[in-house]
Design a protein around this ligand. Sequence first.
Ligand code: NAD
Length: 487
Amino acid sequence: MSKQTKLKNFINGEFVSSASQFDDFDPTTGRVHARVHEADEAAVDRAVRAARAAMQGPWGRMSIAERSELLFKVADRINERFDEFLAAECLDTGKPWSLARHIDIPRGAANFKVFADIIRNVPTECFRMETPDGAGALNYGVRVPKGVIAVICPWNLPLLLMTWKVGPALACGNTVVVKPSEETPYTATLLGEVMNEVGVPPGVYNVVNGFGGDSTGEFLTRHPMIDAITFTGETITGTAIMKNAAVGVRDVSFELGGKNAGVVFADADFEAAGDGIARSTFANCGQVCLGTERVYVQRSLFDRFVEALAVRAKALKPGLPADAATGIGPMVSRQQRDKVLGYYQRAKALGANVVSGGGVPAMPDEYANGYWIEPTLWTGLPEDSPIIREEIFGPCAHLRPFDDEDEVIALANDTPYGLCTTVWTQGAARAHRVAEKIDVGITWVNCWFLRDLRTSFGGAKHSGIGREGGVHSLEFYTELRNVCLKL
Ligand code: NAD
């Protein structure tokens, strides 16, 4: 499908056209690169019914070993078609190939392998009773698939975040209906081809394209035959989805927004901290839920650190995905770029000291309509400023000095979000103390975005509900039944 510019829905193993279509834009030029077929309510219904039939048919009858084998083949096939996935992902998002080559596409494949492996090695619990009435009775747990899972995805790491849910859902024996972001449907479509190529039965993996509220996303989440909903996106969208999930008491797993703090202590390795905070702020043009938008630096280092981070920001050359010299790509859409630019203007109006960036870089004529934006750093704003309270989701951060550990813990925790934090210190005892007190799902010490897929992933407070990753994913994607057997 490499040259295909029509992205159709994938229902019951077939690519299905629809009368209503919308544009998919290349963020580097602002030009349309594909037409996307939109799934209406009837198409969503067909996809959900196909997923239900596959559960009751070949997929439901397959052994764990057979299922796992197929998922390994999916991963292998993604790797065989690596360059196509890479080109598609970068066309949809504008992100540098260097990034997608090392993160998005390999993780897209790994998400199938890891869960295909885990599912073959999950122990089941068993308790032997000793009470007078139950002496000798055995209680054992049986995990069964939850059913048809709705998978709703964002645009920032399209393949990675989608397969992070599809991998474990399928490994556990469920079937899925995926709603990719309207901005980035390309790799979800390619994955449909891969499913057919390796022999995943029709109906196991379905894709419905379209928008969110009052559209495809909502048709899917309120469909009565959906058994559970897994969603990655904005907290406010999660709230809307939860209302639909409440009807029929469906389970949800939510990975939501963040306003993550980076904390740099005076005993940190200065260069490593500078590189790490720069990466966590500017990678993927700041469009990473785990990104750092608030930086707290111990006072003795502050001025030097601000300067060092500004040097790194200014060195990021905006450019095209395929260019090895590209340090930063465009944002995903005009709307997102304008939203972030709005924050840049507000920061200035609120009296921020703009240390670097703050606008749009000059680009050659051909790319002047792309969604470019400068990496930006500020100092000097009070903590109650919207720049420090609200998730911006752009390549920007505010820096502020702190004096001691208790103060910075309070600052880091003073947010409704609780996704992750990154702490830079060479003191092991301090690292443990601080990690325990910051109210987030993930703390990285002296690193960022270092992921072991066997570990839990998810947010505290407004940043999510539940944990996925490793065996934690099985908690969500299976129903645990207990059998009590009196001999
Ligand atoms: P979004 O919430 O706008 O959209 C996400 C998906 O939800 C899209 O597919 C959209 O079409 C769909 N949607 C929107 N409204 C819906 C509704 N009412 N019903 C059903 N579906 C609906 O998020 P986005 O702008 O695509 O992504 C950016 C956000 O995602 C940021 O807030 C970011 O922090 C968050 N995010 C979180 C994580 C995490 O792991 N915690 C990872 C990546 C992104």
